[in-house]
Design a protein around this ligand. Structure first.
Ligand SMILES: [Zn+2]
Length: 499
């Protein structure tokens, strides 16, 4: 999982999720086969499954072997595989620099402590100097009449914004307009040439030193030109909020004032800054290849079998990084070894227990999720079955069976009638104010995207098994209900439906 998972939490207290309580039937899972898969995927020898690495190839070979062994059919473009081409970008920091310019005086910035050049947005070497303008959250959301760029001269400027969105914007809209592509569309139209993102100190899941220590980890993007989402963006910089006050010197505003408003996600002011940014970015690029994995279990109904319910998870993780407590391997046991293991486990179960499955099930293990959801982006643009034939996707990412399963946390429950049965994305959840909430908070602070997300952490096998059983039932119910699931008429996501 790659970002701010506390942003979009919807709680769905479900008394009937424990499988034994449903119809009195027992669970098909005990957690042990699931854990065995996690152990393989998160072993040190797989080196954190970075996209393009030998470790990820080993993990994928293992997954293909498992899917093949239980008798699933290949459904990629090359057997079980769907190859995807990527470009990798890395900053050569020794040859790069950032500085703030005030009245002709340059004050160099420290990459480690103040701000660093992000290669998600900086895809080519560049030397530039440009005035800065603070644009609040930097959002234009026509549905809510929000235009933070109105009345500002951004031509040839670099915009500075606080990460996040105002609290009165619904979650789905806010996440949509905060994607790099959407944000850049409006910034580019206004003439901006680059961005400086100040992390919001009130909503940083990962503290700055941990972000900074991995800043030189190469970033990736899909290689095909159709996927360039930030054309014309020359520079993207990430700023430490603890150093952000110097950006506001002489502007008539302070960062303390901005941060205080940002704490409650209140509306922010917009104004030109008195300092300019000088950047010299040297970017190293290389191309590489990785793959999604696609398998199918054909349905039994003569016509419904041409439709698919998708079960997906990402099999990649972040690889080897800066050492924390002497450990450099970011194993990704929960993120998302847990989801990939579940996909293999459920594939084996459904194939071995041939209950009548009317629609076909598509099992999808995507790559490069940690690079910005790139494997799924590629699959959505180039699906290996007709886009319209996929009626639903149940995506499993870091479902965290680290407390007993009493509550399911469901994201997207309001968006479709699938929500009544379950949802777009489901995690093990907790009630506010309980010890479980602290367990989750501690997990995010200490293990999320850290080497300690490994197989030595405490795990609740019963919770994992219960979650698997829930997912299995959701898949079967969706595969066997004659009507396709539908987006609700007022759902933001309805506009993306294939039909
Ligand atoms: Zn992740």
């Amino acid at each position: 999982m790659m970002r701010n998972i506390f942003l979009a939490i919807l709680f769905f207290a479900c008394a009937a999720i424990t499988p034994a309580q449903q119809n009195g039937s027992a669970s098909h899972f005990d957690g042990n086969s699931w854990w065995a898969h996690v152990k393989f995927l998160a072993d040190d020898s797989l080196e954190g499954r970075d996209t393009g690495s030998e470790g990820l190839r080993k993990a994928q070979a293992y997954a293909v072997e498992q899917l093949q062994k239980v008798g699933l059919e290949p459904a990629g473009s090359n057997g079980f595989y769907q190859p995807v081409r990527f470009n990798q970008y890395e900053v050569d920091e020794a040859k790069s620099s950032l500085a703030l310019i005030t009245n002709g005086q340059a004050k160099p910035l420290s990459f480690a402590d103040d701000a660093f050049i992000g290669t998600r947005a900086t895809h080519a070497s560049v030397t530039l100097s440009a005035p800065l303008v603070f644009v609040g959250y930097g959002l234009q959301i026509p549905e809510k009449n929000l235009d933070e760029l109105a009345g500002l001269d951004l031509k040839g400027k670099i915009v500075v914004y606080l990460a996040g969105s105002p609290s009165d914007i619904p979650t789905a809209l806010a996440s949509h307009y905060q994607t790099a592509a959407e944000r850049w569309k409006s910034l580019r139209a206004a003439g901006a040439i680059g961005t400086v993102t100040i992390m919001n100190p009130a909503s940083m899941d990962i503290p700055w030193p941990r972000i900074s220590v991995n800043r030189n980890h190469p970033s990736m993007d899909l290689a095909d030109a159709e996927f360039n989402e930030t054309p014309g963006q020359q520079l993207g910089v990430t700023f430490n909020p603890a150093s952000a006050e110097q950006l506001f010197t002489g502007s008539g505003h302070t960062f303390a004032e901005i941060a205080a408003l940002g704490k409650d996600r209140k509306p922010l002011p917009h104004f030109p800054l008195a300092v300019s940014l000088k950047a010299n970015a040297v970017i190293l690029t290389k191309s590489l290849e990785s793959s999604n994995i696609v398998a199918k279990l054909p349905g039994s109904d003569p016509s419904l079998k041409n439709e698919f319910v998708v079960l997906s998870a990402h099999i990649d993780h972040v690889g080897i990084g800066a050492p924390i407590n002497g450990d450099r391997i970011y194993n990704g046991a929960m993120d998302d070894g847990s989801g990939s293991a579940l996909v293999m486990d459920i594939a084996a179960n459904l194939k071995a227990h041939p209950e009548k499955i009317q629609r076909s099930i598509l099992f999808l293990l995507v790559t490069a999720e940690e690079k910005g959801l790139l494997g799924s982006k590629y699959f959505a643009a180039h699906p290996t079955v007709p886009a319209k034939s996929m009626v639903a996707d149940v995506n499993v990412d870091m479902f965290l069976p680290i407390v007993p399963l009493k509550i399911l946390k469901i994201e997207g429950i309001e968006e479709s009638d699938l929500g009544a049965r379950a949802a777009v994305k489901v995690d093990v959840g907790f009630e506010l104010g309980t010890p479980e909430q602290k367990v989750f908070k501690d997990w995010l602070t200490n293990r999320y995207h850290a080497p300690s997300d490994d197989v030595n952490q405490p795990v609740d096998l019963k919770a994992a098994a219960g979650y698997e059983e829930f997912t299995r039932r959701l898949l079967l119910e969706t595969a066997n209900t004659p009507e396709r699931p539908r987006w609700k008429t007022d759902s933001f996501f309805r506009r993306y439906a294939a039909d």
